[in-house]
Design a protein around this ligand. Structure first.
Ligand code: ATP
Ligand code: MG
Length: 584
């Protein structure tokens, strides 16, 4: 089911085996019919933000098809809007596509490099009477367009001669007219049932420097004109986009036909939506700009940079995309499926370690070497398995002593029903260590907080075995206090409590619906000594607590402690849902 990837930096193979989606079926049919010698696709991001997991769907579809059918996929920046585009985004997008495992070879393109060629095609349309300069201001253009029920009205400037249009368009380019005072429009049909076809604007005047072309241009092409012709220029055979562009398709075809260029073809597929998050650069930009998150790579963000920092692997993301497939109807995908795919992947590769997030001191009263005044006493080395799923991962030594940290919730003064962990008189197994019995505890009289738990250990139970077949129901994890590595743990919750935060009621600002407690910092956590060597981006399973990754952006918190982000907890709700589904 998952994409075969070996994680050694080699390129991943194609998508999972299985029935072809409708787009792959079209490509296969076209190639068999000899419509094209080879398939050419493109991924066309606008560099106005960081990529999110919705883009990953488009990336894996475009690059995946090119790879499977022996063609090529271009990375083209659709950068024809000067106001929101930046080099920072160009760089991050390239890094993210590579991280996902794809390579565009020499096929890196910028639509802004096509400005001259696009301009010449526009001149061609002016000369052939298919485009005209219109002096209506933007709001008038809108008023003239009509509605779904009513046809539009023709602009009073629609019937200018080709000579006059040519002269005016050249002067638009030369900067003779004010911003917004004129546009170049395609001359199609003001009564067309599809509003897109009612003489759409091709060029507008805008004196705004572009991040690549500077002030060379003061007219900029609109998406609907630029996109099909950029595709054609690159010989793109199958131009894949999301369903909201379906109504643009007649216009796409019109420009291809009228400009007499390579017949690229647009095919739409459903947009990816995921519950409890938002997938739109515009919305994500607002979270960043207004400080609701720490940046585009905040581990709560559905951006590829955020997911990476959260501990997601390309393999987990590609497995997820393979499972949801490609269809034409929009839907929301349960975020638990994404988390399930991450667990499946990390389960195979993450080394197990012990760490304590909410520490409580456990003292072993009969531990050898403890003096009158207590102390850790003798230190013993115990052997622990690195990954039960991967025998090749080997074992490691962990220190054990008379003073340990355990998880606060693993002790209860008065145990609730079915509580098998520590409480006065009860016996538990310390993972990889000994069997201990609780002998007492200390409580702060002022706050009622438990400050220490005491126990005695059975020396005959080293490694956790009970030689006399004693029944011990609970096993808890621990860290030897004297050797513990202090660290900061960061736990995350969904950004939005609502399943579909993008479907807000009219009048409600979606930002107000955010979960303001989605980040929990635990600066007082302790880990076993082997965590000292954790590298940025390295994933671990903290036994019983979840998968954690050493933070790759900050690395250490303000007190110099290493930071570990929780990627996902260990409760696989999706696996339960699946089981239920197959049982019923
Ligand atoms: P956003 O709304 O996030 O800004 P966009 O479509 O405006 O997205 P582009 O940079 O234009 O962003 O997108 C590049 C490509 O990624 C397009 O082909 C677009 O259709 C595709 N894409 C964007 N969002 C999604 C999504 N949620 N699911 C699938 N494909 C997507
Ligand atoms: Mg866009």
């Amino acid at each position: 089911m998952s994409s075969p990837g070996d994680g050694d930096g080699k390129r991943l193979e194609g998508p999972p085996e299985g029935p072809k989606d409708f787009i792959r079926a079209i490509v296969e049919r076209d190639l068999k019919a000899g419509a094209h010698r080879s398939v050419v696709t493109r991924f066309p991001p606008e560099p106005n933000g960081y990529l999110h997991i919705g883009h990953a769907k488009s990336i894996c579809l475009n690059f995946g098809i090119a790879k499977e059918f022996g063609g090529r996929c271009h990375l083209r920046f659709d950068d024809t809007n000067p106001s929101k585009e930046e080099q920072e985004y160009v760089d991050s997008i390239q890094a993210d596509v590579r991280w996902l495992g794809w390579d565009w070879g020499g096929h890196l393109y910028f639509a802004s490099n096509y400005f001259q060629q696009l301009f010449e095609w526009a001149l061609h349309l002016v000369r052939t009477g298919k485009a005209y300069v219109c002096d209506l201001p933007a709001d008038e253009v809108r008023r003239y367009r009509g509605t779904l029920k009513e046809p539009g009205r023709e602009s009073p400037f629609r019937n200018r001669s080709a000579e006059e249009n040519l002269d005016l368009f050249l002067r638009m380019k030369a900067g003779e007219f004010a911003d917004g005072s004129r546009t170049l429009r395609a001359k199609i049909d003001m009564a067309h049932p599809n509003l897109m076809m009612r003489d759409p604007v091709m060029y507008r005047i805008r004196r705004e420097p572009h991040y690549r072309t500077g002030t060379a241009w003061c007219i900029y092409p609109m998406y609907d004109f630029q996109h099909p012709l950029s595709d054609a220029m690159e010989g793109v055979t199958h131009s894949l986009c999301t369903v909201e562009y379906e109504i643009h398709r007649p216009l796409y075809d019109w420009f291809i036909r009228e400009a007499e260029v390579f017949p690229s073809r647009q095919i739409e597929f459903s947009r990816l939506n995921i519950t409890h998050t938002v997938l739109s650069k515009r919305w994500l930009l607002r979270l960043v700009k207004e400080g609701y998150v720490s940046g585009w790579d905040d581990p709560r963000m559905p951006t590829l940079a955020g997911l990476r920092r959260r501990g997601y692997t390309p393999e987990a993301i590609r497995d997820f995309l393979g499972r949801i497939g490609v269809a034409k109807t929009d839907s929301y995908v349960d975020i638990q499926l994404l988390e399930h795919c991450l667990r499946e992947d990390l389960n195979k590769r993450a080394r197990r370690v012990m760490a304590v997030l909410h520490p409580l001191k456990l003292v072993i009263e009969n531990w050898p070497g403890r003096g009158q005044s207590g102390g850790p006493g003798q230190v013993e080395e115990l052997e622990a398995v690195n990954n039960p799923e991967d025998p090749g991962a080997g074992t490691r030594k962990i220190p054990f002593s008379g003073e340990l940290w355990i998880e606060r919730e693993d002790f209860q003064e008065v145990p609730p029903p079915k509580y098998f962990r520590l409480f006065p008189g009860n016996t538990v197994r310390l993972r990889y260590g000994y069997i201990v019995t609780c002998t007492g505890f200390t409580k702060d009289p002022a706050t009622g907080e438990i400050t220490e738990v005491r126990c005695s250990y059975d020396p005959a139970t080293r490694g956790g075995d009970a030689p006399d077949n004693r029944k011990v129901k609970g096993t808890i994890h621990w860290v030897s206090a004297a050797q513990a590595i202090p660290f900061e743990a960061r736990l995350f919750d969904h950004l939005f409590p609502s399943e579909r935060p993008m479907d807000v009621e009219p009048g409600v600002d979606w930002v107000a619906t955010m979960n303001r407690d989605s980040l929990e910092s635990l600066p007082g956590a302790f880990g076993e000594p082997s965590l000292a060597g954790a590298k940025a981006g390295e994933s671990y399973q903290f036994e019983r607590l979840g998968y954690f990754v050493r933070d790759s952006a900050e690395g250490r918190d303000s007190a110099g402690r290493p930071v570990f982000n929780r990627s996902v907890n260990l409760r696989d709700t999706w696996a339960k849902i699946e089981k239920k589904g197959s049982a019923s």
